[in-house]
Design a protein around this ligand. Structure first.
Ligand code: RIB
Ligand code: NA
Length: 301
């Protein structure tokens, strides 16, 4: 086993719109697509499509979306031993993508809100076989903290993607993690510092380094990523592409980064690979539907 993802799954309900309706207004939109999403599942699927062995610890609901999600994990070769059923709705994400490919995402956590520290403890034996633990913030914060503690006990490095941002995230309880991967707006909210320039971004990463996080990797969208660590910081640029849908690009980056880092331990190379993989994903519609296999092709079906 390579990677344990302890996180969310959602079904993405994506509307491609000309514009958002205002209050009381009805507006027609040209297109709708449904696909599997959720930040945890997206990262797990990206890593698995690239060849990593992934176990997912997550909760699905008691509705039709739960079966869709389980079937999707299986098709993508993800270990589903710890995919738990919950008497709640599954997580869903109504997403709106405008003609400039900008997205607005609503999430209804549903079953994801019930993923508990005890669920993680129950998966301890399988987590212990992994080389990296990957976390996001679509599950309860207590579960995130408990997983970080477990990672310490087991001696397994932890990657935390603080998305969607939780302003109450307690930096003291995440210190010691190996990788912290926010985007710019998450970084701004977590540190309370401006991120208007790359210099600002760098200064904000210093605060996190000071809080005891080993590597901060800030995803900068089409500009690539900044890697900050004890010995300095660098920007690793992304290839230029024509974006049609950027939904889930951050997750593509993280899933690919995780797989590459687990294989080779080279952070710069893993960021470069993540940049390429995420750039490729934005040239296609949807979240997981836009994630390629290791040979660059898309899965059949
Ligand atoms: O990061 C993109 C994801 O955020 C979507 O798949 C949606 O489900 C939300 O969780
Ligand atoms: Na995409």
């Amino acid at each position: 086993m390579d990677i344990a993802v302890i996180g969310s799954n959602m079904v993405d309900l994506i509307s491609y719109i000309h514009r958002m309706p205002s209050e009381g207004e009805t507006v027609e939109a040209p297109e709708f697509r449904m696909g599997c999403g959720g930040k945890g599942a997206n990262q797990a699927v990206a890593a698995s499509r690239l060849g990593a062995e992934v176990v997912m610890i997550t909760r699905v609901g008691n509705d039709v979306f739960a079966d869709t999600t389980l079937e999707n994990f299986r098709k993508n070769g993800i270990d589903t031993t710890h995919v738990l059923r919950t008497d709640a709705s599954s997580g869903v994400a109504p997403i709106f993508v405008d003609p400039e490919s900008r997205n607005s995402i609503l999430i209804i956590k549903g079953a994801n809100a019930y993923l508990s520290p005890a669920d993680v403890e129950d998966a301890r034996e399988d987590i212990a076989k992994c080389k990296l633990i990957v976390l996001q913030l679509e599950i309860p914060l207590d579960t995130v903290y408990a997983t970080i503690e477990l990672g310490k006990v087991l001696g397994i490095p932890v990657l935390l993607n603080p998305a969607p941002v939780a302003p109450e995230l307690d930096l003291e309880r995440i210190c010691g993690i190996e990788f912290f991967m926010p985007n710019e707006s998450e970084l701004e909210l977590i540190t309370g510092m401006p991120v208007d320039t790359l210099d600002d971004v760098g200064k904000a990463t210093d605060v996190l380094l000071g809080a005891g996080i080993t590597n901060i990797i800030v995803t900068l969208g089409s500009r690539g990523a900044m890697w900050a660590h004890a010995y300095g910081r660098e920007i690793i640029k992304a290839p230029v592409v024509r974006a049609v849908d950027t939904t889930g690009a951050g997750d593509a980056f993280i899933g690919c980064f995780a797989k590459e880092w687990v294989d080779h331990g080279d952070v710069t190379a893993a960021i470069r690979a993540g940049n390429r993989y995420a750039a490729d994903s934005v040239t296609r519609h949807g979240t997981q539907t836009s994630y390629a296999l290791a040979d660059g092709s898309l899965p059949a079906d």
